[in-house]
Design a protein around this ligand. Structure first.
Ligand code: ZN
Ligand code: MN
Length: 520
């Protein structure tokens, strides 16, 4: 029996608005996100709270306009449709992290529906409030209401995902989109982005839209929303890293495959399983509630939402360039290859830095005396120039940053472009340029000045290079004899000696040429 994976994700994303979803409390109390005062800290527990988010009787919720706008923007970025009409509903459940004993959420009229991210369809995107945070420690339980009432987007995909790796890819891209939109830092470790994954397997035969035959029913088959045959799914909770999502799904594939192979049928129960990161296993938590267990009904204290068409058009126009568009543009406009473009898109600040560096380089190309406008020169040489930029920024600069412990802000695009120009025009060689780069990061001086004061430029005096070559020939009679006897590999040794004596300032290629001429 050939089985295929049917995977869907349910993702919660905390919005980094200034205030909470339905009250004026600061939204700073849950793990902080970078645009706020200082990153990585919590407010003291139970300090950013008020009667509204504590669910006191008689209080009234007031929806956060920014949160609604950001959710609609995110929905648009995920290619969803925004309906003309939306509303909030109460979702009832009884749990210590929910003081009202219901969550204000959206049931049948979410903010966005029917989108897609890549090949994965988005079923819906809705807005709700987060619950408080429970901490269980040394046999005691604590509750911190700071997080209660934080704006939360819930994004549900269709079960279009085929592999654990594809699930990880999808989540990474989603995180990137949140960061480009500026609506959330979407850091999984800090709980800004939380993911539940559901998975079932099915015989490949069952994937086509087919009538439900008695034998399929016996196997436990169901009909999914889009008319496809599905089997009871397992929902995995407590996934707090991309790796955990991938590992838990891989574990479930093995577990469910075993059930299918042993019984010839699907695992019979629709259930919720937790993920134990240390054990590398999922475990049974509970049998899943059905939607009707929550007794949804419209939130009577919040007026229904009517979305004006012009408002949606305006939000659409305000969308920033998204990661996928940026990748396409960097390939098209500058000539980067797909791998480099993907890497560049991972960090919006780095992408801007590269773009400014290129704009500086264009200025230099303009004044370099070559024929044509800077853009024409770039267009003609773009494979070579983009390779030079990606090599110097993605490899050398990022390497120097981690070595010196400095940040991107410690070097300007002007200085980066100047350094690349020095290499491109053979004023210095690659080895010395790296030394100059580290010095730029440490001192913020410009590269040409460092090259001159530290004597790291290429030797332009041919006489001096020849003198160095002559000295090495005189000092290495044995190797010279070997080379003349036909052992060509010795040339590299001799070049190395010249480079050493000139402290790397000579141009290795021309040293090789001079040596060859002199020895033959
Ligand atoms: Zn409050
Ligand atoms: Mn939810």
């Amino acid at each position: 029996m050939k089985l295929e994976n049917v995977i869907g994700l349910e993702i919660h994303v905390q919005l980094k608005t200034a205030s909470k979803m339905f009250c004026a409390c600061s939204n700073d109390g849950s793990p902080r996100q970078s645009l706020r005062r200082s990153a990585g800290e919590n407010q003291a527990p139970n300090t950013t709270i008020c009667p509204v988010c504590l669910g006191h009787p008689g209080t009234l919720p007031t929806p956060n306009k920014q949160a609604i706008e950001w959710s609609a923007k995110t929905a648009l970025a995920l290619n969803c449709s925004i309906p003309h009409h939306s509303k909030f509903d109460r979702k009832h459940y009884f749990y210590p992290d929910l003081p009202k004993a219901y969550q204000i959420s959206q049931y049948d009229e979410p903010i966005g529906t029917k989108g897609h991210l890549g090949e994965v369809r988005i079923h819906r995107l809705h807005l709700e409030e987060d619950a408080a945070k429970l901490l269980h420690k040394n046999g005691e339980s604590f509750v911190d209401y700071n997080r209660g009432g934080t704006p939360l987007m819930e994004i549900v995909t269709e079960a279009d995902i085929k592999t654990p790796e594809q699930a990880g890819e999808f989540l990474r891209e989603l995180r990137l989109i949140m960061r480009y939109l500026g609506v959330s830092d979407a850091d999984m470790e800090k709980g800004h982005l939380r993911c539940d994954a559901n998975i079932s397997l099915r015989p490949v035969m069952a994937s086509r839209n087919r009538p439900l035959t008695p034998s399929l029913v016996k196997e436990g088959a169901l009909i999914g929303g889009s008319g496809e045959i599905l089997y009871p799914k397992t929902e995995i909770k407590n996934l707090n890293s991309f790796k955990a999502v991938e590992r838990a799904l891989s574990y479930e594939i093995i577990r469910q495959t075993k059930v299918w192979k042993e019984t010839g049928e699907a695992p019979e129960e629709q259930g919720t399983r937790g993920w134990d990161e240390n054990e590398g296993k999922t475990f049974v938590q509970r049998v899943k509630e059905e939607a009707n267990d929550y007794r949804y009904f419209p939130e009577p204290d919040i007026p229904e939402l009517d979305f004006d068409k012009n408002w949606v058009t305006k939000l659409k126009a305000e969308l920033p360039e998204l990661p996928n568009q940026l990748r396409g543009r960097f390939q098209e406009q500058y000539g980067f290859n797909a791998v480099d473009a993907k890497l560049i898109s991972q960090d919006r600040a780095l992408a801007s830095f590269i773009e400014e560096t290129i704009s500086e380089l264009l200025g230099w190309l303009e004044s370099s005396g070559q024929e044509g406008s800077a853009e024409e020169i770039w267009e003609k040489n773009k494979a070579k120039l983009s390779k030079l930029v990606s090599g110097w920024v993605l490899s050398k600069l990022l390497g120097a940053l981690s070595k010196t412990g400095k940040e991107l802000a410690d070097i300007t695009p002007e200085n980066m472009a100047e350094l690349i120009t020095l290499v491109y025009s053979n004023k210095t060689n690659a080895t010395n340029a790296v030394i100059i780069l580290e010095e730029v990061l440490n001192t913020k001086t410009n590269p040409t000045e460092i090259m001159n004061t530290k004597d790291l430029g290429q030797m332009s005096d041919d006489g001096a290079v020849e003198a160095a070559v002559d000295k090495v020939i005189a000092d290495s009679p044995k190797q010279v004899a070997e080379f003349r006897a036909g052992k060509e590999a010795v040339l590299q040794y001799l070049v190395g000696q010249v480079m050493k004596s000139t402290r790397g300032k000579a141009d290795a290629a021309s040293v090789g040429q001079i040596l060859k001429n002199k020895l033959s």
